[in-house]
Design a protein around this ligand. Structure first.
Ligand code: PHE
Length: 347
């Protein structure tokens, strides 16, 4: 073995890099394009034919030793680099995070808000823990009304701490409580919708829950009539369920509206021909409504001699069930991803 090859081989064998950079220097020196090995192989043609075989074996031995070193330390450095999570190629695509989906109730609430905002309604809010005045008294509920019974309403027990007790507090039973709050703080014309969660003391089943969501809406101005109410609701029903949807108003009773009505839409599932959802009647009820009782306007400091208004309230769960063919109310609060995933990509 020639001296020069031997000393190179010794250098290779003694080499232990302490950094990736040192290893790279080593690679350039030995196996790189302009490295020692390229040079040595190029010199093969100058070697006397009888020594060529031995020379080739020596150079090959050097090459193998250099490559073995490179492989040994390349692995070691790459390992520790990825362990530290640094020096990754920044142009590589990132690790994908699975995207969530919007809850169907949020989707439908957003759609209701959009439909009404297109005809000039804004959005109002109110507290979920509500006093007797806004949830009941100001809305004309007489003291003996069954809704005021513990059986129907979750009252909050403040009597145990008399310093807190300033009259009954309850979880609001409907979003109509927001009506009076808005009237107290604004002058007509008022045209607003109020989405929110409401609570009732009911056993949980496929058709009832102890909490659900409503959207209240009302419009107060000079000369607002029942015809305005009907047209607004027809517009809403057709935007929400399709332009061939028909509506039907049936006389009803609410303490805070006079006259009062319940609105049915032609069944969006069977298009009126009869199915389980509409109980073969072709119609499904979706909301309560009416002209705001003059006494309620007065309670909100609005003069009923000058102004009139209409109000309506709908259940978001009910609309969502009709919209997506969902049969059981409980599924909305179970957080089952197999259900929620079906709304991926719906906005
Ligand atoms: N608050 C009523 C309910 O919860 C709905 C309603 C709202 C009715 C506004 C008339 C006017 O059933």
């Amino acid at each position: 073995m020639s001296d020069s090859i031997r000393s190179l081989l010794e250098e290779v064998q003694a080499f232990t890099p302490s950094s990736k950079e040192e290893l790279e220097q080593f690679r350039l020196k030995f196996t790189g394009k302009k490295g020692a090995l390229t040079d040595l192989f190029a010199r093969m043609k100058d070697v006397a034919p009888e020594s060529r075989k031995a020379y080739g074996q020596e150079v090959n031995a050097l090459k193998e030793a250099a490559e073995a070193k490179l492989n040994q330390f390349r692995e070691q450095f790459e390992q520790s680099v990825s362990d530290r999570g640094v020096e990754k190629d920044p142009t590589l695509p990132g690790d994908p995070l699975p995207a969530g989906s919007r809850h169907p109730l949020s989707l439908v609430r957003a759609e209701i808000i959009q439909i009404f905002s297109r005809v000039g309604f804004n959005v109002s809010d109110g507290p979920e823990i509500e006093d007797d005045w806004h949830n009941f008294s100001a809305l004309n509920f007489p003291p003996e009304h069954p809704a005021r019974d513990m059986q129907d309403t979750f009252f909050i027990d403040l009597k145990s701490d008399p310093s807190l007790y300033q009259g009954a507090l309850a979880l609001r039973t409907h979003t109509s409580s927001i009506q009076v709050r808005v009237m107290e703080s604004q002058e007509p014309p008022i045209r607003t919708i109020c989405p929110g969660r409401v609570y009732r003391n009911e056993a949980i089943s496929a058709r009832a829950h102890c909490f659900f969501h409503q959207v209240e809406g009302f419009y107060i101005d000079k000369g607002v009539s029942f015809a305005d109410l009907r047209q607004t609701l027809l517009y809403f029903a057709q935007e929400m369920f399709g332009h061939d949807t028909r509506i039907r108003l049936r006389p009803s009773y609410f303490p805070f509206t006079e006259p009062s009505a319940e609105m049915d839409i032609s069944c969006s599932i069977c298009k009126g021909s009869g199915c389980n959802v509409c109980k073969h009647s072709g119609w499904v009820e979706i909301l309560g409504c009416g002209m705001i009782d003059p006494a309620v306007l007065q309670n909100g400091n609005i003069d009923p001699e000058v102004y009139s208004g209409f109000a309506f309230g709908m259940g978001v769960e009910r609309i969502t069930m009709l919209r997506y063919g969902i049969r059981d109310l409980r599924i909305f609060s179970e957080n089952d991803v197999r259900f929620l995933d079906q709304f991926k990509g719906v906005y």
